[in-house]
Design a protein around this ligand. Structure first.
Ligand code: ADP
Ligand code: GN1
Ligand code: MG
Length: 369
């Protein structure tokens, strides 16, 4: 894709402190919410790359607090990385300041833009190339939990309240079914029934939190494989990215969302549902990496509930996609007709497959102490 106008992109580039002269930019990545660009600047003889993003303010209503969350967490991680002799330019996101010293730039249309140093020599993947990718990402998200265990969670603003509150998501879904603004509910009766049959389970984890049986942690909340940068040479996880939804939450949200996306044998929007299944080797490797990364920061009850985390995050994502389909595709970026419906169907197929593999999943999570 060539250079593309996106709102006030040139205004944003002028107002963020990128080194050198901007030469070109292109859309980058496969996220469903923000607009991401790779920007190239010429700095003397050197070409410098940056990430430039426009934050979706329909989804993130308070981008200023969101950026304060990211600035706080990345500063905290930077100190930890440097104290252990790591490379803080690669192992955490580094914000490019705006020319007025802020961590973002708000354009004259009210859009919020941010820049990051481009992490060189590493890439993200929409699907695992091998179980090792899952091991690496599990370890990185486990370490992320462990490192942030000491982060003062009261400094974080809840960027999207009730983000992984599955019962609330279920209620929103039921409302979308009842309102049926696009008259689509009749087309997806089976999918709606599939979700409603599982309503009683939705509150399992939130209830355990309320009873004090699961701890509230600092969580990432969007732990897709494509939110981990893997080193081109070694294949090792370099950096956890996409920090927009860092909030207090349950570790099971992070673990579960990663399994939902990374341990699926098919893509999130695959239309051939016979390709969708939970890969037990991928599930096994992510679990091993995650428990290793968490070390002592994971409790026995958290570990025991890992399969439920995987199932509920998959079900929840499915009902979010289906609700968006019913509402006329207003939340997630879509690239084709029925895109959200296709996504919902893969999630439900994956839930159904997890139900058949439940005993194996339970066995695997108990293997790693
Ligand atoms: P979204 O919220 O749209 O998923 P991300 O922050 O995950 O946005 O960025 C989209 C993609 O851009 C990522 O999957 C990754 O490939 C790439 N990316 C993001 N940040 C960086 C960075 N600092 N360096 C290099 N690539 C990055
Ligand atoms: C969105 O922005 P992206 O693509 O990383 C969504 C996640 C979903 C995911 C499904 C803020 O993530 O919650 O799990 O799509 N992010 C937000 O792929 O809603
Ligand atoms: Mg992302």
């Amino acid at each position: 894709m060539g250079n593309e106008q996106c709102g006030k992109i040139e205004e944003a580039i002028q107002n963020l402190s990128f080194a050198g002269a901007p030469v070109s930019w292109e859309r980058y990545g496969s996220g469903h919410i923000n607009d991401t660009f790779r920007l190239i600047c010429k700095d003397g003889e050197k070409d410098r790359q940056y990430i430039l993003q426009r934050i979706n303010h329909h989804v993130f209503k308070d981008p200023v607090s969101l950026m304060a969350n990211i600035a706080g967490v990345t500063a905290f991680l930077r100190e930890k990385i440097e104290a252990s002799g790591g490379d803080s330019e690669r192992e955490t996101l580094n914000i490019i300041k705006a020319k007025d010293g802020k961590d973002y730039y708000q354009d004259s249309d009210g859009n919020t833009w941010r820049g990051y140093y481009f992490i060189e020599g590493a890439l993200t993947y929409d699907q695992a190339r091998s179980p090792e990718d899952l091991y690496q990402s599990g370890k990185a998200f486990g370490e992320f939990k462990r490192l942030l265990a000491e982060y003062p969670a009261d400094r974080l603003t809840e960027t999207i309240p009730n983000f992984h509150n599955t019962p609330v998501r279920m209620n929103n879904f039921k409302q979308a079914v009842a309102e049926d603004v696009k008259n689509r509910a009749q087309l997806v009766k089976e999918e709606i029934a599939f979700a409603l049959e599982r309503e009683a389970e939705c509150g399992t984890l939130i209830q355990m939190l309320q009873e004090g049986r699961l701890p509230l942690c600092v969580t990432h909340n969007d732990t897709k494989l494509n939110n981990i940068m893997l080193d081109d040479q070694t294949g090792e996880a370099v950096c956890v990215i996409d920090l927009d939804t860092i909030m207090p939450g349950l570790s099971l949200f992070d673990y579960g969302d990663a399994i939902r996306f990374g341990a699926n044998t098919a893509k999130e929007d695959e239309t051939d549902l016979s390709k969708v299944s939970l890969s037990l080797p991928l599930f096994n490797m992510y679990t091993r990496g995650y428990i290793e990364g968490c070390r002592e920061s994971i409790t026995p009850e958290e570990r025991e509930m890992l399969p439920m985390g995987a199932k509920l995050m998959t079900l929840e994502c499915g009902i979010r996609f289906l609700a968006d389909y019913l509402q006329g595709d207003i939340y997630f970026h879509t690239a084709r007709e029925n895109h959200n419906l296709d996504r919902a169907r893969t999630q439900f197929a994956l839930v159904a497959d997890m139900e058949t593999k439940w005993e194996e999943m339970k066995f695997i999570v108990q293997k790693y102490k």
